[in-house]
Design a protein. Structure first.
Length: 538
C-alpha cells in the first residue's frame, strides 16, 4: 500500500487499485498452494528428512516470520479503509441496480367498432346466367381480342370459365363478362370484417401478438385521436401518454383476448387420488398426524416419515406421506374452492415462484387482507395475462349470490404490484361486465399518495408469501405440477380453516364451530376431510 501510494504517484488511481488487487490475489494463491501441500503433509506417517531439515532451517523460519509480520501490518493499514470501500461499493450498486419499471398498460376510453363479415346476396351461377341469356334469345360468347391473362382461374363470383374474363383497367383488376363483377386475383378476397377505430372509422392494424391477447393499433395519420395526442405532446401535456420505453403512445390501441369466460371456468386443477384413504394400513388418526407434521409444521416428507417412525413407532415411507397428501387434496379441494367465505371488498394479489423439476413455476396468491382468507392459489408454469385472469376469476367466484351468479360488490378493489398482466385482467373482466378497481403499488418506496395509503395491504400479501415459503423450503421443490398444486390445496385448507392468526385474536379465518369441539390438530384434519364430502361437485 505504501509502495503504491508513495512511489507510484504518476500512475492513474484505477491502475494502482488494479495492481494492488493483483498483488493481493497472487499472495492469496501462493498461501493457498503452500497450505494445501502442508495440510496434506501432516497425513504422512513418516516425513522425508529433506523436508524436516528445510522447514526447521533458520532462513525459512525467518522468511516466514517476516511475511507474517508484513501481512499483519497490511491488515492494520486496510482496516480504516474498509468503511470507505463499503460506502463506495454501496453507492455504485445503488446506481447500477435501478428498478426496471413495468411496461405501462394504457386502456382507451372508447371501445372499437367491430364489423362482422357482410353476407353478399346470392349470386347466380354461370350456368344460370348462360341459360337466362339464352332464354332472351341472345348468346353469351367468350371475350375476343384480349391479351393473355396471367390469372388462370375462373370467376370467384359466378364461376365463369377463364375465357369469359378480361382486364378491366389494364393493370390488375379483372372483370367477368357473365356477371359483370370485378375482382383482383389475390389469395383471399377483400374482407370487410374487422375492428375499426371509433375516432376515424379506419380499420385497425394488428401490431403485437402476445401470449394472451392481440394488440391492434390505428395507423391512420389523420385520425382525430392521433392529432389530439400530438398536440398535447407539443404543448408538454402528454405525461399521461408516456410509456416506460421513453416514447409516447399517441395512437388508438385495442386488445383482443384469445380466450373466453368458458375457458376460464374450465381451467380447474385436475388432481389425482393416489391411495384410497378408507383402506390405508393404519388408523385414521395416523393420517391426521401425518398431515399435521407435513402441512402444518412444514416438514419434508422424509422428516415426517422419520418422526412417525422414531417418535410414534409407525413405519411409513416418505412417498406414502406424499400419496396421503395428494389424496386429501383431491377430497378437500371442493370445500376450499366453494365454501361460502365472507370476503371484504379489498383483495390483494401477488405472485411468487416455486421449483417444479428444477424450473421456476409461479404461485398466484389472491387473499383478503382483513379476513386472512386465501381466495386464489393456483400454480402455473408461466406468468402471463391468462394466468392472471384465471386467478382473478377464481376470486370473483367467491362473490356469488344464491342463484350462483357472480355479483361482486361495487367497491371491489384489487391491490397488486405494477405487473401489466393485472391491467390486462381488469380490462378483460370489464369487457365481460365484471368491473372492479385496480390499485397498483409500485416499487419499495412511496412515490405517491396511492402507494402510501395501500402499501400496508401489499405488505400483508408479501408476508403471506413469506409464510408459504417457510413450508415450501421443507419440500425442496416438487416432482410435478400436479404434486405442487396438491400440496398447495392442502396448505390453503390449513391456512383458511385450521391456522390461528394473531391479527384475528388467535382465531381461524373460518369459525371453529365447524369441527364440533375437536381440539387436537389430527382430529381437525379428519373432521375437515369429512366436511369436504358436502362440497363435492358432480
Amino acid at each position: 500500500y505504501r509502495i503504491v501510494s508513495d512511489q507510484r504517484k504518476d500512475i492513474p488511481p484505477m491502475q494502482t487499485i488494479t495492481q494492488t488487487v493483483e498483488n493481493l490475489n497472487n499472495l492469496n494463491s501462493i498461501s493457498f498452494i503452500l497450505s494445501g501441500y502442508l495440510d496434506a503433509l501432516t497425513l504422512l506417517k513418516e516425513q522425508p528428512k529433506e523436508l524436516k531439515d528445510f522447514f526447521s532451517s533458520s532462513s525459512f523460519q525467518s522468511s516466514l516470520e517476516k511475511a507474517s509480520s508484513s501481512v499483519n501490518e497490511l491488515n492494520e493499514l486496510l482496516k480504516p479503509m474498509l468503511p470507505v470501500l463499503k460506502k463506495a461499493l454501496n453507492k455504485q450498486k445503488s446506481k447500477q441496480e435501478k428498478m426496471i419499471p413495468y411496461a405501462d398498460f394504457m386502456v382507451e376510453e372508447l371501445p372499437p367498432i367491430i364489423k362482422a363479415k357482410e353476407i353478399e346476396p346470392v349470386q347466380l351461377s354461370f350456368t344460370d346466367i348462360y341459360q337466362q341469356i339464352a332464354d332472351e334469345g341472345k348468346e353469351l360468347t367468350p371475350v375476343r381480342n384480349r391479351p393473355t391473362l396471367a390469372y388462370k382461374g375462373c370467376c370467384p363470383h359466378c364461376g365463369a370459365p377463364n375465357e369469359y374474363l378480361y382486364l378491366n383497367n389494364g393493370k390488375n383488376q379483372h372483370k367477368c363478362k357473365a356477371c359483370k363483377k370485378t375482382f383482383t386475383p389475390k389469395i383471399t378476397p377483400r374482407d370487410t370484417a374487422g375492428i375499426y377505430c371509433p375516432h376515424c372509422k379506419c380499420k385497425l392494424d394488428m401490431r403485437h401478438d402476445r401470449s394472451g391477447y392481440l394488440v391492434y393499433s390505428c395507423i391512420n395519420k389523420k385520425c382525430s385521436h392521433y392529432k389530439d395526442n400530438r398536440k398535447l405532446k407539443r404543448e408538454g401535456k402528454a405525461e399521461h401518454l408516456k410509456i416506460s420505453s421513453g416514447g409516447y403512445r399517441l395512437r388508438y390501441t385495442y386488445r383482443e383476448f384469445k380466450f373466453d369466460m368458458n375457458t376460464l371456468a374450465d381451467a380447474s386443477i385436475n388432481l389425482e387420488t393416489k391411495v384410497n384413504l378408507n383402506k390405508i394400513h393404519y388408523d385414521q388418526q395416523v393420517l391426521g398426524l401425518a398431515l399435521t407434521y407435513y402441512i402444518n409444521y412444514g416438514l419434508s416428507s422424509r422428516k415426517t416419515s422419520l418422526i412417525l417412525q422414531e417418535v410414534h413407532g409407525l413405519r411409513i415411507s416418505h412417498q406414502t406421506i406424499i400419496n396421503y397428501a395428494q389424496s386429501v387434496a383431491k377430497l378437500v379441494q371442493p370445500m376450499v374452492d366453494y365454501y361460502p367465505y365472507e370476503l371484504t371488498s379489498t383483495i390483494t394479489a401477488d405472485e411468487t415462484y416455486v421449483k417444479v423439476q428444477g424450473k421456476n413455476n409461479y404461485v398466484f396468491f389472491f387473499s383478503d387482507p382483513t379476513k386472512k382468507i386465501i381466495s386464489s392459489y393456483r400454480i402455473f408454469e408461466t406468468r402471463d395475462a391468462k394466468c392472471a385472469c384465471i386467478s382473478t376469476y377464481n376470486t370473483l367466484l367467491k362473490y356469488r349470490d344464491n342463484d350462483g351468479n357472480i355479483k361482486p360488490p361495487k367497491d371491489l378493489t384489487f391491490v397488486t404490484d405494477g405487473n401489466p398482466i393485472y391491467n390486462a385482467a381488469q380490462l378483460y373482466f370489464q369487457q365481460h361486465d365484471l368491473p372492479y378497481d385496480l390499485i397498483q403499488v409500485i416499487g419499495v418506496s412511496n412515490k405517491d399518495t396511492i402507494s402510501k395509503a395501500n402499501r400496508p395491504f401489499k405488505q400483508i400479501e408479501e408476508r403471506l408469501n413469506r409464510t408459504f415459503k417457510q413450508n415450501y423450503h421443507g419440500t425442496n421443490g416438487y416432482h410435478s405440477l400436479i404434486c405442487a398444486n396438491s400440496y398447495m390445496v392442502c396448505y390453503v385448507a390449513f391456512f383458511n380453516f385450521l391456522r390461528k392468526h394473531s391479527s384475528l385474536g388467535y382465531k381461524t379465518p373460518v369459525d371453529d364451530n365447524l369441527f364440533g369441539g375437536a381440539e387436537l390438530m389430527p382430529d381437525k384434519w379428519l373432521k375437515l376431510i369429512e366436511l369436504s364430502s358436502q362440497y363435492q361437485i358432480h
